[in-house]
Design a protein around this ligand. Structure first.
Ligand code: SF4
Length: 361
């Protein structure tokens, strides 16, 4: 009954609609706040995201319009609203959902993750009225001393008063099979549609807590935790036989190799300048020249080396002149002195993360 998907993940039944769009890179990741009523030991949020900040993908945003612009660059067909707990800033979260729906139409699919701690009927009504299509609950299942768990579990019931898809979303934590089973049964009895299970991964901020509890990465190259994937599969096998929920086991590989790459490719074609090559991986590849004085460098390239101006772009923010890769290769051979040439590859994201830099010649 458990099947492997074309995206390196595993499923029982149909993938939740939010996941179907996400794997194709069609979901804007909308982070409406880092605030959260919980303090999970496995929380992957970076220090930067733990504050009350808003991001659309990698882009810090201050207004709804900036989030809409990011969704356009991505050609997004929906959004996944996350945090923190987006319900910790309910007004803001509802405002962003409503604005996205207004900008892109009813068919723009929005799903949201929440702890459930703040999911009163009133709060859910606000989200429903804003246009939310799918809600996923992540209660404090793995914390035996949790104060919030009872409240969260009670609140999940509120979600069934609305006409949207209700599901669960939890990490697969080795040693916690009984708790995961319990939650699957709980959701199934309420009539939920799905349970999404994430392979547990190390992040910069949860590393210490996970190591202290004895968890280990599967290899030096991977952030995935030993035993998490196997446990997720065990839950899917058990759930397929004992419940009528759909399941999706979302792997670390899916996030890196499929979801991210697809999103980068969608964005790359909209942000690439004419001198940039879009690679198979969705990165931007081009040549650059660096020198202490950018104006002097530009004059040298245009007047000294006779490079047509339309092939050059002075990027003052990054302190360099950008150009097609082939031009950089030729110039690196021809120009002697202190000018440094490189071929670089960058993500087409707002932060333009550099993933490769090869010095020339
Ligand atoms: S509920 Fe999510 S955001 Fe909140 S502490 Fe836990 S893992 Fe972090």
């Amino acid at each position: 009954m458990v099947r492997e998907t074309p995206y390196f993940s595993y499923a029982v039944g149909e993938l939740p609609r939010g996941c179907q769009l996400c794997v194709r890179g069609e979901k804007l990741v909308l982070f409406t706040t880092g605030a959260c009523p919980r303090d999970c030991f496995y929380c992957p949020l970076s220090e930067k995201r733990k504050g009350d900040v808003v991001y659309a993908n990698e882009r810090p945003v201050k207004t709804v319009d900036e989030a809409i612009e990011e969704a356009k660059i991505q050609e997004a067909k929906g959004a996944g609203v996350t945090g923190g707990d987006p319900l910790a800033r309910l007004d803001r979260t509802a405002e962003y959902i409503r604005a996205l729906k207004e900008a892109f139409g009813e068919g723009f699919h929005v799903h949201l993750y929440t702890t459930g701690a703040l999911a009163t009927k009133k709060a859910l009504e606000r989200l429903y009225d804003a246009g939310l299509d799918e809600i996923r609950f992540h209660p404090d299942l793995f914390n035996p001393n949790s104060r919030l768990f009872e409240v969260e579990i009670r609140n999940i019931r509120n979600a069934f008063d609305f006409d949207w898809d209700v599901g669960g979303e939890i990490p697969s934590i080795p040693g916690q099979f009984e708790r995961m089973k319990w939650y699957a049964e709980f959701l199934d009895k309420l009539g939920a549609k799905f349970l999404n299970v994430n392979e547990l991964e190390f992040s910069e901020t949860n590393l210490r807590a996970l190591i202290d509890r004895g968890y280990k990465p599967i290899s030096n190259e991977s952030a995935a935790i030993t035993g998490s994937l196997e446990l997720g599969l065990k839950l899917l096998e058990w759930g397929g036989e004992n419940t009528s929920l759909s399941y999706h086991l979302c792997t670390a590989k899916l996030k890196d190799a499929v979801q991210l790459r697809n999103r980068l490719r969608r964005m790359a074609k909209n942000v690439a300048r004419p001198y940039m090559e879009v690679t198979e991986e969705g990165t931007l590849r081009f040549g650059i020249a660096e020198y202490d004085d950018l104006d002097e460098l530009y004059t040298l390239l245009v007047e000294g080396a006779e490079v047509p101006e339309e092939w050059l772009y002075v990027n003052r923010e990054r302190g360099r002149v950008e150009m097609p890769e082939g031009v950089a290769v030729e110039l690196a051979d021809a120009i002697e002195g202190d000018v440094r040439f490189f071929i670089v590859e960058e993500y087409p994201t707002f932060d333009r993360l550099e993933v490769e830099r090869v010095p020339l010649p």
